[in-house]
Design a protein around this ligand. Structure first.
Ligand code: NDP
Length: 284
């Protein structure tokens, strides 16, 4: 399946949805989704569900057996397991091999898996007026977040993508797989003298205040640095990028909001406004 999905919703009925993850207490998804629902007068009960490492699939089946369940979001560490669970995929989910959104098929008990991380990232870059057309991109990381982001990055018209990863073979595999459908070239980062327009950190290293082992020479005066991690202070990667000369630094809070907006659109066929919730989360 590609494109947005129409779901017929009776506005008088309360719809249910949830985010499954482990851990899950920190999730901001309920606040974001309830805010979106309010914009359209949709009754939505959106909860956090602590996924069990032993019985996640059973939990998912029970939750989604509810007649009024429109779908769920999936976060770490269940995105690949959810991919195995669903019946059908969006193109991006198929390419990523992981899903973060399940959507009920119309008048059915079956579900489609989507991956909205990449569209969320691109929407956030556009929100910050970062043009992607003909830009060179360095993607740091080859895990689930990098895999989810890459299909949308190459669709956005960039000129080339280089991938850097601690474990080089994973970068090679991701480059090879992406080259099988991408019209722009994807390579593994090897040239220490190369500079990039946009540098995206898709690792969790900033959560430990650590840095990927990339040289400072990748940044030029016009480079834009993006860290998928967001904290209540500047992340270690964005600090590093700024000191190395990047002109703009952006953390992943906007990506979180925008990927949620794409999920909401899949469920309710309505495009929520994201400006207010961005400001609200930033000020908390
Ligand atoms: P992982 O932690 O599995 O990260 C995998 C990547 O990070 C791999 O490329 C891995 O390299 C690399 N990595 C991990 N530890 C180290 C280390 N010590 N040194 C060097 N490289 C390391 O997570 P995900 O890919 O699922 O997510 C990455 C981050 O993105 C998470 O923090 C997540 O919260 C965030 N994220 C944010 C979103 C948002 O909306 N803002 C959406 C999705 C994700 P290797 O292959 O060598 O192991």
């Amino acid at each position: 399946m590609s494109g947005q999905h129409n779901t017929s919703i009776n506005a008088k009925c309360t719809s249910v949805a949830a985010v499954f993850g482990n851990p899950i207490a920190q999730s901001k998804s309920p606040i974001i989704q309830q805010h979106f629902a309010k914009q359209f007068g949709i009754q939505l009960k959106y909860t956090k569900q602590l996924g069990s490492l032993d019985s996640f699939e059973d939990q998912l089946s029970v939750f989604l057996a509810q007649d009024n369940a429109v779908g769920v979001n999936i976060t770490m560490p269940f995105k690949e397991r959810a991919f195995e669970w669903v019946d059908d995929y969006t193109d991006q989910a198929l390419r990523a091999g992981a899903v973060n959104t399940l959507i009920r098929k119309p008048n059915s008990t079956r579900f489609i898996g989507a991956n909205t991380d990449g569209d969320g990232l691109v929407a956030d870059l556009l929100f910050h007026s970062v043009a992607l057309i003909n830009k060179s991109v360095l993607l740091i990381g080859a895990g689930g977040a990098a895999k989810g982001a890459l299909p949308a990055i190459v669709n956005a018209g960039v000129s080339a993508v280089s991938i850097f990863n601690r474990t080089t073979v994973r970068a090679e595999e991701l480059a090879e797989q992406t080259n099988s459908y991408s019209s722009c070239p994807i390579s593994v980062f090897v040239d220490n003298s190369a500079e990039f327009d946009i540098i995206i950190n898709a690792t969790s290293l900033s959560l430990q205040n650590e840095l990927p082992s990339v040289p400072t020479s990748i940044f030029k005066k016009t480079s834009i640095a993006y860290d998928m991690v967001y904290l209540d202070h500047q992340t270690s990667f964005l600090k590093f990028a700024e000191q190395a000369g990047a002109s703009v630094t952006i953390d992943g809070l906007g990506m979180l909001v925008e990927q949620a907006a794409v999920s909401f659109r899949y469920w309710f066929n309505k495009r929520p406004d994201t400006a207010f919730i961005r400001k609200m989360l930033r000020s908390n």
